[in-house]
Design a protein around this ligand. Structure first.
Ligand SMILES: O=C(O)CCC(=O)C(=O)O
Length: 325
């Protein structure tokens, strides 16, 4: 029997749950490239769809330089197997993670010059200025994300994590290299930005004060409760996905068959004249507090105490990980 193309399409999961790919449950994100030069249409589309996807908003070479800069650092930890070309991001044994200074590592990754050239690219800043109607700043914290095969991300909105200053903020999810659906692409829940249930409950919370965990991990249950269809796509270097604080999202699991890790970035933008969330802005911002560093993955805790993304370290920056992961 010959294989059909659907036989060869890997199945998609999120948090280990199969994704229903029927047309009323799952669809493609719609690009907004043709709106880029029309500020009113752009703002209207953001209000209507809750997201804007741009293909090749960024120069792919700038993105790929950031990719290489970051993957070389992960290769030092053994997280990338450099018996393959480093740019392929094939997962290594991570043998250096336990003994490395992850505080220094994490800062080095998120302050790399090639990485900053992506998050703060003129095209991204112009887009944000159009959406926000004035001069903008990038949050001082940036979230470069390395996602190993088998890993994903629980469902949440960004609001409760970012909204102590204002909720006039947009997130940009930027693939740092190709990210096919089955390699862990971001997924947004269509129309969730209008969900009254979210607005009356979850979106009034402050993630730290209220000890939020992931909202849920079951994509079908979340879809039924808060939106219409899950939306995702295959991403290429140069693409940018922008969405607001009320959009419910998560990620498809990275199910790469050849061990490819997913590399992407989250960055946030707000008007300069709006108050900034002190968790992520200022000379010595303190994130979720305590002695921890942004180092996503390595286990699943339903994000209790932010552990899926933030890892406790000792005074020398060495990983201190809970035994029950
Ligand atoms: O890239 C991911 O897996 C999740 C990113 C995300 O949802 C976020 O940072 O808010």
């Amino acid at each position: 029997m010959t294989a059909t193309s659907s036989d060869r399409t890997p199945s998609l999961t999120a948090n280990g749950f199969a994704i229903d790919r029927s047309s009323d449950a799952f669809a493609e994100l719609v690009p907004a490239d043709e709106l880029l030069d029309d500020p009113d249409e752009l703002r209207a589309a953001m209000a209507d769809r809750g997201y804007l996807l741009f293909r090749r908003l960024l120069d792919p070479d700038v993105v790929l330089a950031a990719r290489r800069e970051i993957l070389l650092k992960y290769a030092i930890l053994g997280e990338v197997d450099d018996r393959h070309p480093v740019d392929e991001a094939i997962a290594g044994d991570g043998s250096g993670v336990a003994t490395a200074n992850l505080r220094a590592f994490s800062e080095s990754v998120r302050t790399g010059q090639h990485y900053l050239a992506v998050t703060d690219a003129p095209a991204v800043i112009r887009l944000q200025e159009t959406l926000l109607g004035g001069p903008v700043k990038t949050f001082d914290m940036r979230w470069p994300r390395f996602v190993r095969p088998g890993e994903g991300c629980g469902f949440h909105c960004d609001g409760p994590y970012m909204n102590r200053g204002t909720d006039r903020i947009f997130s940009c999810w930027i693939p740092l290299g190709r990210v096919r659906r089955e390699e862990g692409a971001l997924m947004l829940l269509e129309n969730s930005h209008r969900s009254e249930r979210l607005h009356q409950g979850y979106l009034t919370a402050d993630a730290d004060r209220d000890g939020l965990e992931w909202l849920d991990d079951d994509p079908a249950a979340v879809r039924a409760a808060y939106g219409t269809r899950w939306l995702s796509t295959d991403f290429e270097p140069g693409d940018v996905l922008c969405f607001g604080m009320h959009m419910l999202h998560g990620a498809l699991d990275n199910r790469s068959l050849n061990g490819r890790c997913r590399l992407s970035s989250d960055s946030r933008y707000q008007r300069m004249d709006d108050p900034a969330d002190p968790r992520w802005n200022g000379d010595e911002f303190d994130g979720h507090g305590g002695r921890r560093v942004f180092y996503p993955g390595l286990g699943r805790w339903n994000n209790e105490d932010f552990q899926d993304e933030w890892k406790h370290v000792d005074e020398r920056g060495r990983l201190v990980i809970a035994n029950d992961s």
